[in-house]
Write a protein that binds this ligand. Structure first.
Ligand SMILES: Nc1nc2c(ncn2[C@@H]2O[C@H](COP(=O)(O)OP(=O)(O)OP(=O)(O)O)[C@@H](O)[C@H]2O)c(=O)[nH]1
Length: 348
């Protein structure tokens, strides 16, 4: 019949053009394709545990599952596929020739496979060019879709990696910030003992303990500031002392609050005069502030102990020297600078 003829397939236009699930990129052959592939290809048994090929193997054979199943493992974190009856794989080996396989193909259960090599495929092309052209379009579409999926996955992974990197950077920045906070005295912003210890550790590691002077600075009768004007006024006095030390500390010098009303300043110095210049500046600046008329004290008088540092000794030795001088300054009534020479015994 005319109508039937119009609808009926020609040799070049197979009736069942779409794959069984309607997906152009499906891995399954249409019934017509399967029948033809079965005629031209070689049907053979597949045994559970059999390895058809490994990833990277060069191969030119295409396979169609007739019965049973085949598992494709693409490695890494790519999703493995299990192919069932009518589904085909390995077609790139056939079409490109000596194509490196992109998956391990193994047989999980006994079954039947159709194998198709280049010469058999050529016979297929000669017999059914229309059907083969449709099959090729689907095979190409499948490759393209797989590529697109892979690109999408790589983009996603790239994006995930970027986010992980960003959060790592943020964490590192937070860590640096936290480390800086741990080494800083909250009230004055100077280094605290931990900061000083780290600084000394670095100096010893770098061998840069030569040419240093140490000043210990202690507020005089500071308790009275707290008692007479309140704790906040006391805090402001401590901040003022810190401000003076920060302003006099040069590059590589370190100002530190040791605790309570006691401060330390480690400076570059080759002589007593070098150290005393710092000491005089601190004392005279404090005096200047004391002259300013104010209802609450801006500062109090300061006692200082100063010394040069022996490079091959440790912080405890440096501190003991400067502290001996500070002790003398206090004993003499405060508001002064005392110097400590190398020999500690002379001050005892
Ligand atoms: N406002 C304030 N006071 C503090 C802080 N830390 C310690 N103090 C006080 O500092 C005072 C130090 O007192 P002392 O060690 O007796 O020193 P002083 O009164 O200066 O006595 P001399 O050093 O002998 O002149 C104590 O009363 C502490 O409570 C702080 O962060 N803020």
């Amino acid at each position: 019949m005319k109508g039937e003829n119009a609808a009926s397939p020609t040799r070049d236009e197979p009736a069942q053009r779409t794959a069984p699930n309607g997906d152009l990129a499906a891995a399954a052959l249409t019934a017509d394709e399967f029948a033809l592939f079965a005629q031209v290809g070689r049907m053979r048994r597949a045994y559970a545990g059999e390895v058809l090929f490994r990833r990277g193997d060069l191969g030119t054979t295409m396979y169609v599952v007739s019965k049973g199943a085949v598992e494709l493992d693409f490695g890494d974190d790519l999703i493995a596929k299990r192919l069932g009856p009518n589904e085909f794989f390995g077609e790139l080996g056939l079409l490109i020739g000596d194509h490196a396989r992109s998956a391990d193909a193994t047989v999980p259960v006994d079954g039947m496979l159709i194998e198709l090599r280049a010469e058999e495929f050529q016979r297929l092309v000669d017999r059914e060019p229309g059907l083969v052209s449709y099959f090729l379009r689907r095979a190409i579409m499948r490759v393209v879709l797989n590529e697109q999926g892979l690109i999408r996955r790589l983009r996603r992974r790239n994006h995930d990696l970027q986010s992980a990197l960003d959060s790592l950077r943020a964490t590192a920045a937070q860590l640096n910030q936290t480390e800086a906070l741990i080494r800083t005295d909250e009230l004055t912003g100077l280094f605290n003992r931990r900061g000083l210890a780290k600084h000394l550790q670095d100096r010893h590691r770098n061998g840069s303990t030569h040419g240093l002077g140490l000043l210990l600075i202690d507020c005089d009768r500071f308790k009275a500031v707290n008692d007479d004007h309140g704790h906040l006024a006391g805090d402001r006095v401590l901040q003022a002392v810190a401000h003076i030390l920060r302003s006099v500390a040069g590059n590589g010098d370190i100002a530190c609050r040791l605790g309570g009303d006691e401060f330390a300043l480690l400076v570059k110095a080759d002589s007593r005069d070098d150290v005393m210049r710092y000491a005089d500046f601190i004392v005279s600046t404090a005096h200047g502030l004391l002259q300013m008329p104010h209802t609450t004290p801006l500062i109090c008088t300061l006692s200082l102990g100063a010394c040069l540092v022996a490079p091959d000794t440790q912080w405890n030795d440096w501190y003991a020297h400067a502290d001996a001088a500070l002790y003398r300054a206090k004993r003499l009534g405060g508001n002064r600078v005392e110097w400590q020479d190398d020999a500690l015994a002379a001050t005892a």
